[in-house]
Ligand binder design. Structure first.
Ligand code: PLP
Length: 412
């Protein structure tokens, strides 16, 4: 039998059971509880002997249909869908870590992820050691016997840094670390984490996957590459071998923290997957045109986009992301005042904090997403006062260029 291609899988999925009415799209099961024929059967479901949905905070048919599509698109072992990308990150770490453990994380991260690592996890006795992922040779110096995992993003935003993922996975494997990749801005269409030997891939499905910011969501995919049989936090589940990570997640962390994706969101997310490749292609093509346009403008001092020849990450991005470079770019104007003036002059591009929407969105990261950090911290993260992030949507690119051009003339 022929292995279906990416788009066929994104559209048809592999729903666990067809709808009883043979509806083409899997229905929204918005209910909470499920009826059992007998006390023995519900006992069997609770003990795991009978596979069944029991209560929608733990699992739900519409959410399961989305999860199974994600597993298939990532060539993974299994997926858990959650209420947001941050829920996906926090649940993964809480599933894998114990008091006294530490992790290695890229120092180029989304602001809330950075905040989770720096401000929240220390209260649970978990330390984060931030490392420069562009200097893999320095990473091993940060390790000790309680280092459990390494976490990084495929393309960091707003810095547009692209790590060499082969090298990072190698370092992880040779030091017995679980390798976790946040692929929110690349999606499974641009980056296949399983081919790189990563252990877990995480998505904020709020981004490309949701179909253009239709709903907030997250996904954790166990790619089936890890050997969980010695992993300390999963001790109670070691007998489940390859299923240990997902079993503890579903039975403890995900269920007990109440991080479920709603069935309504799962329906939007499944629909979003159907058009994922078309939207990603258009957004990447638009981003490349906009980046080249900005590079020629005198008032734009620097453009950060891995698609440009001037980017130090051009070659590695070309190899890793299916010949594409993503839908986000950033650039610098003279200073904060000029940046604000430019943003305020835009008429089509909207000022908002999201990424990979169908609508082009612009933001000044230093005064918004990174406002809670000290100047020293933001400088370490490469966030300057003159930096602007642009998430390029799928509008007609000529209209985007026209809007940018007229706004630049306002600041000149
Ligand atoms: N990871 C990355 C790379 C992000 O950009 C974001 C949000 O912008 C998140 C995770 C968090 O996702 P969510 O907003 O769905 O919680």
């Amino acid at each position: 039998m022929r292995e279906p291609g990416f788009n066929t899988k994104a559209i048809h999925g592999s729903t666990p059971k067809p709808d009883v009415h043979r509806a083409i799209r899997f229905p929204i099961y918005s209910g909470v509880a499920y009826d059992f024929e007998s006390a023995e059967n519900i006992e069997g479901a609770f003990t795991g002997r009978i596979p069944a949905h029991i209560y929608s905070r733990s699992s739900n048919p519409t959410v399961a249909a989305f999860e199974s599509k994600m597993t298939s698109l990532e060539n993974g072992h299994g997926t858990v869908a959650l209420s947001s990308g941050m829920a996906a990150i926090s649940n993964t770490l809480l599933n894998l870590l114990e008091k006294g453990d530490n992790i290695l994380a890229s120092n180029y991260l989304f602001g809330n992820t950075y905040s989770l690592f720096m401000h929240t996890l220390p209260n649970f006795g978990i330390e984060t050691r931030f490392v420069d992922i562009t200097r893999p040779d320095t990473i091993e110096q940060a390790l000790d016997g309680r280092t459990r995992l390494i976490f990084f993003e495929t393309i960091s935003n707003p810095q547009m840094i692209v790590p060499d993922i082969v090298e990072l996975v190698d370092i992880g494997k040779s030091n017995n670390l679980t390798v976790i990749v946040d692929s929110s801005v690349t999606s499974p269409y641009l980056f296949q984490a399983s081919e790189y030997g990563a252990d877990i891939v995480i998505h904020s499905t709020t981004k490309f996957i949701s179909g253009g910011a239709t709903s907030v969501g997250g996904a954790i995919i166990d790619l089936g590459n890890a050997n969980w049989s010695n992993f300390p936090s999963l001790q109670k589940y070691h007998h489940l071998k390859q299923d240990a990570f997902l079993a503890r997640l579903r039975k403890e962390v995900y269920r007990n923290f109440g991080s479920c994706m709603s069935p309504q969101a799962a329906h939007f997310q499944s629909l979003g997957l159907e058009t994922l490749s078309l939207r990603v292609e258009k957004s990447c093509a638009n981003a490349m045109t906009v980046a080249k346009f900005l590079e020629q403008k005198q008032d734009v001092t620097t453009v950060f986009y891995p698609g440009l020849d001037s980017s130090p990450f051009h070659e590695i991005a070309q190899k890793q992301f299916n010949g594409h470079f993503g839908g986000i770019l950033s650039f610098e104007l003279e200073n904060k005042e000029t940046s604000f003036k430019f943003i305020n002059a835009l008429k089509l591009i909207r000022c908002a904090t999201n990424l990979n929407d169908n609508v082009s969105l612009i933001i000044h990261p230093a005064s918004t997403i990174y406002a809670d950090f000290t100047p020293e911290q933001t400088s370490e993260m490469g966030i300057t006062d003159k930096l602007i992030r642009l998430s390029v949507g799928i509008e007609d690119v000529e209209d985007l260029l026209y809007d940018i051009d007229q706004a630049l003339r306002c600041v000149a």
